[in-house]
Design a protein around this ligand. Structure first.
Ligand code: ADP
Ligand SMILES: O=C(O)[C@H]1O[C@H](OP(=O)(O)O)[C@H](O)[C@@H](O)[C@@H]1O
Ligand code: MG
Length: 361
């Protein structure tokens, strides 16, 4: 039972909002010591709320963690469309990772307890990083509740978020978590030497106003990033030459993309985006990517736009080099195909003063 009065509970409540993210170039090479350019997307977000309480409670979400059904058919339909898991396991896992990290680094935590709850409007498992948005928002709540934000370096936080998902067997990389910890547009280099020496990549924030207008297409089409990645990851670990060299080329697209964006060379950006998807397709194969996901990319290409996945599948980021008339054509094509389309809104960097103090320099 919560022993505190509702009013004091309200005043002690901590809430954090973390946005979805778009992998603009280079993904999924972040999983393989590569490079990416990603940004946080204002269109969708997850929130996590922390209230002090007597016991430590993880509150299931009324719809994302459904455990009551109208009958067997409802239960089976639900499992078929959304799978077995919601966000509860993510919240539990970040609590464990946070606790262990603090113990190992002699960061003392007071013995107070809390209740965590979450909500999200990020379309589920669409490669918009709905999973790490929940984990990142929870980590932010824990950092503030235990007043240890200044003791846990910004650069290390994406690793903690990733560990929480790895703990659950989800195969994922760092780009989502970096974009979600930093906010804004970030160029990321996950070079093996840095990763081994520093324990994290090198992250360079970029000016979001350098980006041209972009569009987002998605479909209600849950796809599990872990499942999508498993075969390619195994082949990469086995040293499969085709995968190793293609992944290096994907990483190189982000390097070229950094220059293209800085120089506002948008026709180059369009070429790089298209090449990024073509390489993903040749590595993962059409079965793993799914016909609906491929169709989203192709709808955009049929109107002459550049397109690629934002993550491992479910949503696509599109650049229309010919401007508004081409966007209109794309909107019509998406409507006909039954896909949702929205203009991309980019979130500016959201590091606060305490966060910035933990960065070098
Ligand atoms: N919208 C959501 N609500 C609740 N849990 C979610 C949601 N999206 C993802 N998850 C949880 O995260 C896990 C991994 O999701 P993932 O395949 O990484 O999707 P995403 O592309 O959204 O990050 C899921 O199995 C589920 O436990
Ligand atoms: O395949 C990708 O591009 C990304 O897949 C995962 O993201 P998700 O939003 O869950 O699809 C993974 O976590 C990223 O690191 C990959 O780049
Ligand atoms: Mg994810």
């Amino acid at each position: 039972m919560d022993e505190e009065s509702p009013s004091s509970r309200k005043s002690n409540e901590i809430e954090h909002k973390v946005y979805a993210r778009v992998g603009l170039l280079g993904n999924p090479s972040d999983v393989y010591y590569g490079r990416t350019i990603s940004f946080s997307l204002a269109n969708f977000w997850a929130t996590v709320k922390l209230q002090p309480s007597h016991h430590l409670i993880i509150t299931p979400h009324p719809t994302h963690d459904l455990v009551q059904f109208s009958g067997l058919d409802h239960l089976v339909n639900r499992l078929q469309s959304e799978g077995y898991y919601g966000g509860v396991r993510l919240l539990m896992s970040i609590c464990k990772v946070f606790y262990n990290y603090c113990n190992e680094n002699n960061i003392e935590l007071s013995r107070e307890n809390f209740t965590l709850s979450y909500d999200t409007n990020i379309p589920r498992q669409t490669g918009l990083s709905g999973s790490s948005a929940i984990v990142c928002a929870a980590l932010n709540c824990l950092l503030d509740f235990y007043k240890v934000r200044h003791l846990v370096k910004v650069e290390i936080r994406p690793d903690l978020i990733l560990s929480a998902e790895k703990e659950l067997g989800i195969i994922a990389g760092l780009q989502d978590r970096v974009a979600q910890v930093y906010g804004g547009l970030v160029y990321m280099d996950f070079n093996k030497d840095h990763m081994e020496k520093l324990g994290h990549g090198v992250y360079t924030p970029m000016d979001t106003s350098l980006l041209p207008p972009l569009q987002l297409i998605y479909a209600e089409n849950p796809s599990d990033s872990g499942k999508v990645h498993s075969t390619v990851q195994k082949r990469w670990l086995d040293g499969d030459e085709f995968i190793v060299s293609s992944m290096a080329e994907v990483a190189d697209l982000a390097l070229q993309g950094q220059t293209a964006i800085l120089e506002k060379d948008y026709s180059k950006l369009a070429d790089l985006m298209n090449r990024n998807f073509d390489l993903r397709r040749s590595m993962f194969g059409d079965d793993a990517l799914g016909s609906l996901n491929i169709e989203m990319v192709e709808v955009a290409r049929r109107v002459g736009a550049a397109s690629k996945f934002t993550g491992s599948g479910g949503a696509v980021v599109v650049f229309c080099p010919d401007g508004p008339p081409q966007v209109k054509l794309l909107e019509d094509a998406c409507k006909e195909a039954g896909f949702v389309i929205q203009p991309v809104k980019v979130v500016p960097s959201y590091l606060n003063e305490d966060d910035l103090k933990t960065l070098p320099g």
